[in-house]
Write a protein that binds this ligand. Structure first.
Ligand code: SAM
Length: 365
């Protein structure tokens, strides 16, 4: 326990040493008032976890062949949990309970404690898995006080599992500073990877995946959001953004204005019952979502990289093409034909034809 006081906020829950708290928040920072806030509340207003429908699993029929490590090595010093000491960063489902991996389950079940963002959300998850572990709430509010205590416990040999409400901890979720501090202190940090909304969206969006930039939530105000979009404009990568339903249309509008005619995808309610993918140009999606009530649920916005322009032709080559076309076409049609071939504006080519001495009386572009 590292000398820190452990108090269970749940009336019937036991201490971490006996390891029998279900969905109860254990107060590691000595918050006496916490006892009064103890009743575990059912969280119905966010992130419903579906254990149905579970997607069919595609893979080897001999799972042992695909496993790189059989299980975590057991180790003394982790309170007999069977998990080697260290910090385990465990991904949890973003909607479909069936996405929780075997190793994630085993890690949660064996950890000395589960460090979570919200004890109600994680308590419900553990309850549905039939796992009983003490919960330590680590969020923006409690992190500064809790982090040194968690580090002390880890240094003493505890095995702690870090989870967020859903998906991969530290990705637009708390935990980065804890991971960094643990690494700096020489503590083993292990990934127990799994669901991650931005990566899941990217994997099915049909946009280039060789280079992508995850920018999370952009600022809610249009002026600040456009400034960030301006910064992102030259980036030659797919942009992966998070946004809420009510702000989606405004984000798409600003993105269309700043980034122009790029391909984009809105991935909504991934792994859930109403999963949906909408694809189109930014302008089309902005118009589409602008004309509808705000979409419900959670979503990821992906924007394709700037499209490569045809390499600029040397002026001599353009001039040669213009002369050749003008030899058998009126100047206007010749300019349009070369414009289609080179991507140069037809009006510019028409002016150039006149400079080259071709008569411009007929067929302006
Ligand atoms: N760490 C999380 C992860 O790995 O997925 C992301 C945390 S971030 C605070 C939560 C945001 O992710 C939501 O507001 C939404 O933009 C996106 N998101 C989460 N679950 C999603 C889902 N099932 N479908 C689409 N987007 C989702």
């Amino acid at each position: 326990m590292g000398g820190a006081e452990l108090r269970d906020r749940g009336a019937a829950a036991r201490t971490e040493a006996t390891g029998a708290t279900v969905g109860r928040e254990v107060d590691l920072v000595g918050d006496k008032a916490g006892a009064a806030r103890s009743a575990p509340r059912r969280k119905t207003d966010r992130r419903p976890l579906h254990d149905e429908p579970v997607r069919p699993v595609v893979g080897s029929s001999r799972p042992h062949e695909r496993r790189l490590r059989p299980t975590e090595p057991s180790a003394a010093g982790s309170g007999g949990s069977g998990l080697a000491p260290g910090l385990y960063v465990v991904a949890t489902p973003i909607g479909n309970l069936g996405d929780l991996g075997e190793r994630a389950k085993a890690t949660l079940a064996a950890a000395d404690a589960v460090v979570c963002e919200d004890s109600r959300v994680t308590g419900l998850l553990l309850h549905r898995l039939g796992i009983e572990r003490p919960l330590l709430v680590y969020n923006d509010h409690s992190a500064p006080r809790l982090r040194p205590k968690l580090l002390r416990r880890l240094a003493e040999g505890a095995a702690l599992a870090l989870v967020s409400d859903a998906g991969t901890p530290t990705i637009s979720d708390p935990g980065y500073r804890l991971v960094r501090a643990a690494l700096d202190a020489g503590i083993t940090v292990r990934a127990v990877p799994g669901p991650c909304a931005p990566i899941a969206a990217l994997s099915i969006a049909g946009l280039p995946t060789d280079r992508f930039l995850f920018a999370g939530f952009l600022p809610p105000r249009s002026a600040a959001r456009k400034r960030e979009l301006e910064e992102l404009r030259p980036v030659r990568a797919t942009l992966v953004l998070l946004e809420s339903g009510p702000r989606l249309a405004a984000l798409l509008r600003d993105a269309a204005e700043v980034l122009g005619e790029r391909e984009a995808v809105v991935a909504r309610e991934l792994t859930k019952l109403h999963e949906e993918l909408r694809r189109g140009r930014l302008v089309q999606l902005a118009a589409m979502f602008g004309a509808e009530p705000p979409p419900r649920g959670e979503l990821v916005v992906l924007i394709g990289p700037p499209e490569a322009k045809a390499p600029e032709l040397a002026q001599e080559k353009v001039d040669a093409a213009l002369r050749e076309a003008a030899a058998h076409l009126p100047p206007g049609r010749a300019a349009r034909r070369v414009a289609a071939a080179t991507g140069r504006p037809a009006a510019e080519l028409y002016r150039r034809l006149r400079e080259l001495g071709h008569d411009g009386n007929q067929g302006e572009p």
